[in-house]
Write a protein that binds this ligand. Sequence first.
Ligand code: MSP
Length: 511
Amino acid sequence: MKPKYYITTPIYYVNDQPHIGHAYTTLACDVLARFKRLDGYDVMFLTGTDEHGQKVEKAAEAAGIDPQSFTDKVSVTFREMAEVMGISNDAFIRTTEERHKRACQALWQKLLDAGDIYLGGYEGWYAVRDEAFYDEGELIPGPNGSKLAPTGAAVEWVVEPSYFFRLSAWQDRLLAYYEANPDFILPPSRRNEVLGFVKGGLKDLSVSRASFKWGVPVPNDPDHVMYVWLDALTNYITAAGYPDETAENWRFWPADLHMVGKDILRFHTVFWPAFLMSAGIAPPKRVFAHGWWLIEGEKMSKSIGNVIAPRDLVAQFGLDPVRFFLLREVPFGNDGDFQRKALISRMNVELANDLGNLAQRSLSLIAKNCAGVLPAQGALTEEDTAILAAASALPQTLRTLLDRQNFHEALEEVWKVIRAGNGFIDRQAPWSLKKTDLARMADVLRVLADVLRTVATLLQPVMPTSMAKMLDQLGVPEDARDIAALATPLPGGIALPAPAGVFPRFVEEGA
Ligand code: MSP
C-alpha cells in the first residue's frame, strides 16, 4: 500500500479577491503535493474558502447582497485562482456546506461532553479584520488616542454572552505535545514564538458569538453561532470525512502538514491541537508558517493600489516562471520582497541561460549529430561518473529538504547540478568532438541527456508544463516520469522529437 500524505492550505476569507499572498500559500502546498505523488505517495491536497463570521457578513452587506450569494460568488474566484496557478488540489471545501456544519456541531458536542465548554460572558476587545480577541495589554496606540490590535486592525469593545473553551486547562498538555514532537512547528523560530506564548499562560477562549447570525449555529442554543476560527479550523477534518471515522478519507487524518502564513500560527498550533485533543482526535503532524510578501518594498494594500492578482502576473510572465520565482527567491519561512526586476533576472539567468541553454545545446547536438536519436549509454569517464552521481543523489536530497519545506535550498541543489552540467558541456565540447571522436561525442551527449532527465523529472512539481515539454523532448514516456522510474535508464536508439526552446528570454517591452 502507498504511504499517505495529507496537506492543506488555509481556507481563504471570501471578503477579498485572491492575490499573490494567497497564491503563494497554495503554490507551496501544490509543489509538495506534486512531489509526494511523484515519490509514490497517496496524496490528499485540500484547499477552500472560509465563509462565515462577522468580516464576511460585513463584506456582503457592503456589497449589498445576502451573505450566501456573496460567498457563492467570491468562493468561485478562489477556485479560479487555483486554476490560474496550475494547482492540483484533490478537494475544495467551503465552510457553508452542510457536511461542514455537521462536522462543526459534532466536534462542539465532543468538546462539551469532555467538559471543556461552558457558558459565560465575554467582555473585551475584538478585531473583526483578524477575527480575533485581544487583551488590553496587547493593544497598540492608534490615531487620535484610539487603540489598535497588534496587527494594526481596528478593535471594538464587545460585551455579550459567550461560550468558552477551557483553553487554560490545556497548557501542560500542549507543551508536552510540542516537546514530544519537536518538528510540529516549523521553522524553529516560530516554534519558539509559540512556546513562549503558551508558557506565558493560556486564558479560556471565547468560542461563540451572540451578536450576529452568519455562522454555524451552536447545538441547542440558537442565540449563538460558533466563533469563526473554531468553524474554520474544523474544515481540515470535515474534508477527511469527520464525524464519520469510517469514511474513506479518514485514513488521511492526522494531516501531515497544515501550511499557513505567520499571521495565523497561533490558531493552528495552540487552539487547534487543544480542540482536537479535547475531542480525542490526533493533532496534525506539522504546521509550517511561511513569511509575507512585500511588493517592491511596500506592504500590499488596496489603498496603495499595489495588490498583485495572480492572473495578471501569469499573463505577463507565464505560469512556470512565476511558480519558480515565488519559491526560489526567498528562503521559505522568511518575509520576501516581490521585485519585478528580480523575477525577470531569475527568468533570464536561471531558466533561460542555465537550464534552457543546457537543454537546448544538448538536444540540438543530438538532433544534428546523432540523427535525432538518443545515444546508448557508453563507457564512462571519471567526470561522467561524477556528474551522473550528483544527479542521482538529487532525489534523496530533495526528499530531505522538502520534508522540511525547504524549497529554496531544494532548488539550489538542483541548480548546482544544472550549473555543473553547463561546466561539463563546456569542458567536453561535444561540438568539437564531432570532428575528432564521434563515439565520445555520443557518450557525452548521453550523459547530458541523463542528467537533464533527472533534473526535469524532479522539477515537474515546480514547473509542470515546461518540464513536461522537456521530458517529451528527451523521449521519456509519460508513464516513466516519476522518481522511481529514474532507476531505469532510457533505452538508446529512440528517436527524439525536434528540440524547441522551453524558456525564452524575457525582454522588456520597448527595451
Ligand atoms: N480564513 C483564515 C484562515 C483560516 S484556516 C483554518 C485566513 N484567511 S486569509 O484569506 O486572510 O489568509 C490566508 C492566507 O494568506 C494566510 O496564510 C496568510 O498568511 C496568507 N497571506 C495573505 N497575505 C499575504 C502576503 N502578503 N504574503 C504571503 N502570504 C499572505 O487567514
